[in-house]
Design a binder for this molecule. Structure first.
Ligand code: ADP
Ligand code: MG
Length: 142
C-alpha cells in the first residue's frame, strides 16, 4: 500500500477536553506519523473556507461557528494508506454510529462536536494540507 498524507484536525471539543495526547497516541500506535502541526483559533471565515464543499448544507453555519469556537490542532499525518486508516481510527461522523474503540466513539458528544476531522480522499487531502501548510512546513518521515 502506498504511503499517503492526510489532514487531521483535533476539533475545539476535543482540545477543550484535553485529549490531544490520547488522539495522537492512537495515530502513532497505528502507524501514522505527524509530519506537520499547527495550533490555531480559526475565524468563522477561515473555517468556512476550509468547509466550502459543505456551503449549501443546512449545518454549514453551525459547523463554521463550532469550528471557530476555540483552538484546534491542525496536523498532516503520513503513513501507509493514511487517508483510509485515519478515517477508520476516527469512526463514523455521527458518534452514535461510530464503531467501538474509535476516536469519535470515545470522545465525540454529538454529530456537531465530533472531536476530529479527517480528509476523505487523497485528492482532498492534498487540497486540505495546502489550505493550512506551506510545503516547507510538511516534513515527510518516510
Ligand atoms: P466527516 O467529518 O465525517 O467527513 P462530513 O464531511 O459529512 O463528515 O461533514 C463535515 C462535518 O460537518 C462533520 O464532521 C460534522 O461535524 C458536521 N456535520 C455533518 N453532518 C451533519 C449533520 N447532519 N448535522 C450537523 N452537523 C453535521
Ligand atoms: Mg468530510
Amino acid at each position: 500500500m502506498a504511503i499517503q498524507q492526510t489532514l487531521s484536525i483535533i476539533k475545539p471539543d476535543a482540545v477543550a477536553k484535553n485529549v490531544i495526547g490520547d488522539i495522537i497516541r492512537r495515530f502513532e500506535e497505528n502507524g501514522l506519523s505527524v509530519v506537520a502541526a499547527r495550533m490555531m483559533h480559526l475565524s468563522a471565515e477561515q473555517a468556512g473556507g476550509f468547509y466550502a464543499v459543505h456551503k449549501e448544507r443546512p449545518f454549514y453555519k453551525d459547523l463554521c461557528a463550532f469550528m471557530s469556537s476555540g483552538p484546534v490542532l491542525v496536523m498532516a499525518l503520513e503513513g501507509k494508506n493514511a487517508v483510509a486508516l485515519n478515517r477508520q481510527l476516527m469512526g463514523a461522523t455521527n458518534p452514535k454510529e461510530a464503531e467501538e474503540g474509535t476516536i469519535r466513539a470515545d470522545h465525540a458528544d454529538s454529530i456537531d462536536a465530533n472531536a476530529v476531522h479527517g480528509s476523505d480522499s487523497e485528492e482532498n487531502a492534498a487540497i486540505e494540507i495546502a489550505y493550512f501548510f506551506n510545503s516547507l512546513d510538511v516534513n515527510s518521515r518516510s
